[in-house]
Ligand binder design. Structure first.
Ligand code: FMN
Length: 667
């Protein structure tokens, strides 16, 4: 890639041209692959072979914080920073929350949504003095809910308050593989969703988050190790730096300066790990994505003054445990087109989009620059038609001037006073909504759909990196709607596929002062009962509580398929196991349920459970041979993989399991 960086004027032209050419149009979609080979879908899980791993604890589902409390920071004690709370933070934001199965297909879903479920966003943890986590930079693997240590901190760890930052990066190829040139936009929207997911997750622990605004893209890349060419050699897809967030366990502090990460890149040392290749073959290349990425690098960060809107306090929210809401969040794939939404529900939902200094907007210190345009279909008390929510009153005049002069700009009756919400045009807009959203029925069968109209050209021209920032704001709005809809008995879906200029024409926009960057739809979901839902981390659980099933075997298979080159184990038969045990050195682990273990086990075998697996992983010398068995030899492969991931050198899974052992040894 040989793309000159800036000057800003040049970068602005590049990114504005990128936006223009990646518009979907009624007559032609933005350039993308002509055919898709699904067997070539990029690996959704990045990992760094050779990096030491630590499994993060699960159990965030037990956190009882009511959803409403997330909006009321200070309503309850903040959790202390340690490996358990970091595990919970990531489990409720970037982790898997289900596996889905339909016919022979099986796919993972996560707490954070993603365009096409392709998940380009990677998360990093930067830890200092956090109990249970080594000081340094760690990459998060959602597949296993584990951290792999990319680097340490030079010198002895200074004692002091635990500190934690989360870094986000994007692997553009994951989206480009399917969506071609428009993919860069989707990656940014996904980052916005991830910011929201992290902010809500932090709220369940009584924490908040701050954007480390003063960092340039190059500084972020250096901190996360994204600029280490050798670690990505051999064709591993590169990651673009996005942002770093600081976890605040105490009261909110003023915006961070560039040194506030406490992680100046020159203190990082002893990097390890090599990125995996997600796709051996890239059938298509989309160089405009690299250009867009370079053009939107933050080169000269300026900390913007905090925006303080003048809004009344927030009203009551859902008492449901937030963890439950987050873990159940899903995109609707179809809606009941007879369902209606009460106006109270609707206003409650859009009230949460106001940039009050409470979650999640306390993370967003910038002025709100996105103003949703609604296609209202079935909301009680609101005539069907086009509406607008002006999130920053200062933008109202410009919006009035830029849009159709015939628009009514009428405040509906009973609209709560804090909402700058206006009716623009009464009309049945179901058909048009469907058409302009790439003919998707989710935009017309819902109670309402919306487009996120951004203050666009001036901002991007002045500072091209704000192209990304605008998409993050849109993604964050989307995340609020996803979770709010979930608490209110409805469901949402992000919509990245829409005809840009057709929307602009509906609004009467004549230039690029405003642009619609993301769409969304909310209604009563229809659930596809043919799809089976499976728990997210079955492959990590000790199969004590349930006997093996086919899905254990599939989980085992999946684990084996995604093994990195160095993290291997061996499947062995009874003869090999007997010889190994005769040597007297091996650690033999029985992973079955407690009763089965008590009724009979291989002599000398220890019983391993979820509660004590960490003791074995951390307290056993890495060169000690480990033999693992279960009932029939399926699930033990997944656990053997875990030991191998932890750099155990001789890991064996007993084929045939305890049943096979009993038969062969004549018991
Ligand atoms: C940025 C973005 C754009 C999306 N665009 C569409 C879309 O145009 N149509 C659609 O049906 N779903 C869309 N989705 C929903 C995703 O397909 C969905 O998030 C993904 O399949 C994962 O499922 P989950 O949200 O249930 O975890 C979008 C999601 C995001 C985050």
């Amino acid at each position: 890639m040989n793309i000159p960086l800036n000057p800003a004027a040049n970068a602005a032209e590049i990114i504005l041209a990128y936006h223009e050419r990646t518009k979907h149009r009624l007559e032609r979609y933005a350039a993308g692959p002509e055919t898709l080979d699904w067997s070539e879908q990029p690996n959704p899980f990045r990992e760094f072979s050779g990096a030491a791993r630590v499994l993060l604890p699960l159990g965030a589902e037990k956190i009882a914080t009511p959803f409403a409390d997330i909006y009321e920071s200070g309503n309850g004690a903040a959790a202390s920073l340690d490996i358990d709370s970091v595990g919970a933070l990531l489990q409720l934001s970037m982790a898997l929350n289900a596996w889905k199965e339909y016919g022979p297909d099986r796919w993972a879903l996560r707490c954070n949504p993603s365009s096409g479920n392709l998940h380009p966003t990677e998360a990093y943890v930067l830890a200092r003095a956090v109990p249970g986590i080594e000081d340094g930079v760690h990459h998060y693997i959602s597949r296993d809910h584990s951290l792999e240590q990319r680097c340490k901190l030079a010198g002895a760890s200074k004692p002091g308050e635990p500190q934690l930052w989360i870094g986000l990066s994007s692997i553009h190829w994951r989206e480009a593989w399917k969506y071609g040139e428009r993919a860069f936009r989707y990656c940014q929207l996904d980052v916005g969703h991830a910011i929201g997911a992290l902010r809500y997750a932090a709220g369940t622990l009584g924490w908040s988050l701050q954007m480390a605004e003063g960092l340039s893209s190059a500084e972020i890349a250096a901190l996360l190790g994204l600029d280490r060419n050798d670690d990505y050699s051999g064709g591993a897809e590169r990651e673009a730096p996005d942002l770093i967030l600081r976890i605040v366990t105490g009261p909110s502090v003023t915006p961070l300066s560039r040194t506030d990460t406490g992680f100046a890149a020159d203190h990082l040392a002893g990097w390890s790990g090599r990125a995996n290749v997600l796709n051996r073959r890239h059938m298509y290349k989309w160089p405009v994505i690299d250009e867009a990425s370079v053009a939107t690098r933050k080169t000269n960060p300026v900390v913007e003054p905090n925006y303080r809107g003048n809004f009344p306090g927030i009203g009551a929210g859902s008492p449901e445990p937030a963890a439950k809401v987050i873990l159940n969040r899903r995109s609707a794939q179809g809606f009941d087109r007879t369902a209606r939404m009460g106006s109270g529900t609707f206003y409650h939902m859009i009230d949460r989009l106001l940039a009050r200094h409470v979650a999640p907007w306390d993370i967003w210190t910038y002025a709100p620059r996105i103003h949703p345009i609604f296609f209202i279909h079935r909301v009680d008390g609101l005539e069907p038609g086009l509406y607008i929510l002006v999130r920053n009153p200062e933008a109202e005049m410009k919006l009035r001037q830029a849009t159709h002069q015939e628009f009514a700009w009428k405040r509906p009756e009973h609209v709560p006073p804090q909402l700058n919400f206006f009716q623009l045009l009464p009309t049945d807009c179901t058909k048009v909504a469907r058409t302009v959203h790439c003919h998707q029925a989710i935009a017309s069968d819902s109670c309402f759909a919306l487009g996120m109209l951004a203050e666009f050209e001036d901002l991007v021209r002045a500072e091209p990196w704000r192209y990304k920032q605008l998409h993050w704001e849109a993604g964050l709005i989307g995340q609020v709607l996803y979770l709010e809809a979930e608490t209110l008995g409805f469901r949402g879906t992000g919509i990245g596929c829409y005809f840009d200029d057709a929307i602009h024409e509906i609004l009467g926009l004549k230039d690029t002062a405003f642009a619609s960057l993301y769409h969304f739809t909310v209604g009563l979901p229809l659930v596809d009962t043919r799809i089976t839902t499976l728990p997210p981390y079955e492959h990590r659980e000790i199969p004590g509580s349930s006997p093996e099933t086919d899905s254990d075997a599939r989980a085992a298979q999946k684990g084996a398929e995604t093994m990195s080159e160095e993290a291997t184990f061996e499947r062995v038969g009874v003869d090999f196991a007997q010889k190994l045990m005769a040597g007297g050195e091996a650690l033999v682990l029985d992973m079955r349920d407690p009763t089965s273990y008590e009724n009979g086990h291989i002599e000398g075998a220890e019983h391993v459970t979820e509660a004590n697996i960490f003791n074995f992983l951390s307290g056993t010398p890495k060169d000690k041979p480990v033999l693992i068995y279960c009932y029939h030899g399926n699930a033990s492969q997944v656990y053997a993989k875990t030991f191998a991931d932890f750099r155990f050198k001789k890991v064996y899974s007993l084929d045939g399991g305890y049943e096979g052992w009993k038969k062969s040894s004549g018991n």
